[in-house]
Design a protein around this ligand. Structure first.
Ligand SMILES: O=C(O)Cc1cc(O)ccc1O
Ligand SMILES: [Fe+2]
Length: 439
């Protein structure tokens, strides 16, 4: 795969793409006979009757209709995916999640592990935070996957992902993210070898750009920087069968078919995977004083019906200038009704002097206190407040949810010493500074 992959840019657009000239029917979706003998198929990502501004569907024109397959059968679910969950309000932190051992072969789907979450995809309510660690290509095994339960916002931390989807190809490297909406089939290869990353799975609605309010018409993640695939099809119906895995009601099923599921020659619509490079995020923040709420760094959001309350916010902490005067610049001590899962793509993070490493994670659940560790507090209370460029190599992110998440048994017990049992100690020994005689 050496040639450059092409993309269509925009957010929420009606796109149209054809890999063969004239493969898209003109002026209608389902003609009596489609060009080139293709089958027309609609993929609906919202209810047929969703209001226009929310309605998402794509028409695909494919070599065979998706329904030409043998029955689904129960498949083995990856052991740490959607398994047993435990309730705990403890502040938790994990060292970098371990990559597969050299002798193991683990694909992206086989390497999915639930860290925390809450809800039920059957009720279309909830969220899950997953980690993937993988070292094997899905395409060589003719494996693909679709998630009937939720959209997946994938944050690669180590290694690029070459993702073949029904709508075409995407290459997604660390600093980029990709959203695969529910129901869309995809297969992941690992051109850089062993790979790791984070996933926010949302069981309701879809990701949107946040409103900008007084910021105005531009800023944060700009719509034109979101990239969608162009049609690219495989016409393969010989050799080994193709296996499609699906997660459906948190269970795993698989089906087999004799032809490639990536046989879409043309498509049009607004229900497609897309990627975005976080380096293009146009950060906005204070130019006077005080540390702003992290919502100022929201890249994408999944709303609830409750105004301003997100099922999930995807927030980043990018390299940026810090200029606030007379201000404690790192994140303050706080307790939040929302739950905060954080990951680190590269570099470091301004609230923690050490222990929060790229490929690791932390969870600060509803109302569990957290904030700067002792050494960060001491340093930031004494530092000279000249303008500084904060961590040119640092890229942290947060999945913030209004739900109270449980934590998987795997993340609490089975991932071994990855869980930092002494995390609480970073806040022990905060010196008493109070002196009623000195203001
Ligand atoms: O807890 C964290 O580190 C995330 C966070 C960052 C910030 O700048 C303000 C609040 C907040 O929860
Ligand atoms: Fe926080």
């Amino acid at each position: 795969m050496s040639e450059k992959i092409k993309y269509l840019s925009g957010f929420g657009n009606e796109f149209a793409s054809e890999a063969l000239d004239g493969a898209l029917p003109e002026g209608q979706n389902s003609p009596q006979v489609c060009p080139y003998g293709l089958y027309a198929e609609q993929i609906s990502g919202t209810a047929f009757t969703a209001p226009r501004g929310f309605n998402q569907r794509t028409w695909v024109y494919r070599i065979r209709p998706s329904v030409s397959h043998t029955p689904y059968s129960q498949a083995t679910r990856p052991a740490a995916l959607a398994a047993e969950m435990v309730s705990t309000p403890n502040q938790l932190r994990w060292s970098p999640f371990k990559l597969p051992e050299a002798g193991e072969s683990v694909t992206f789907v086989q390497g999915l592990k639930t860290v925390c979450g809450y809800g039920d995809p059957s009720m279309r309510a909830g969220i899950a935070t997953l980690i993937y660690t993988a070292n094997a290509n899905m395409s060589t095994q003719r494996h693909s996957f679709y998630n009937a339960d939720g959209d997946m916002l994938i944050v690669p931390q180590q290694g690029a992902l070459l993702i073949r989807t029904e709508m075409g190809l995407l290459r997604v490297a660390p600093t980029e993210i990709v959203v695969i909406p529910r129901g869309i089939k995809f297969s992941v290869d690992l051109p850089d070898g062993p790979s790791r990353g984070y996933i926010c799975e949302t069981f309701d609605r879809h990701w949107e750009l946040p409103d900008l309010g007084p910021i105005g018409a531009n800023g944060l993640a700009n719509p034109r920087d979101f990239l969608h695939p162009v049609a690219a099809y495989q016409d393969i119906d010989t050799g080994a069968p193709f296996t499609i895995f699906t997660k459906y009601q948190s269970n795993f099923f698989s089906l087999q078919q004799a032809h490639s599921p990536f046989d879409v020659v043309a498509w049009h619509g607004n229900y497609t995977p897309y990627k975005y490079d976080l380096k293009l995020f146009n950060a906005v923040n204070t130019v006077t004083f005080d540390h702003m709420d992290p919502s100022i760094f929201t890249v994408l959001t999944v709303k609830t019906g409750n105004p301003g309350v997100a099922l999930a916010d995807f927030v980043i902490f990018p390299p940026r200038w810090m200029v606030a005067e007379n201000t404690f610049r790192p994140p303050w001590f706080h307790r939040n009704c929302m739950s905060e899962f954080m990951g680190l793509i590269s570099g470091g993070y301004d609230a923690k002097a050490e222990g929060f490493s790229p490929g690791g994670a932390s969870l600060h659940s509803a109302f569990s206190a957290h904030g700067p560790d002792v050494s960060t507090f001491e340093k930031a209370s004494a530092e000279d407040l000249k303008p500084i460029k904060l961590r040119p190599d640092g890229l942290a992110f947060m999945f913030e949810t209004s739900l109270m998440m449980s934590v998987s048994k795997w993340a609490l017990e089975e991932c071994g010493d990855t869980l930092q049992k002494e995390y609480y100690s970073v806040w022990q020994g905060m010196p008493k500074k109070f002196n009623p005689n000195k203001k």
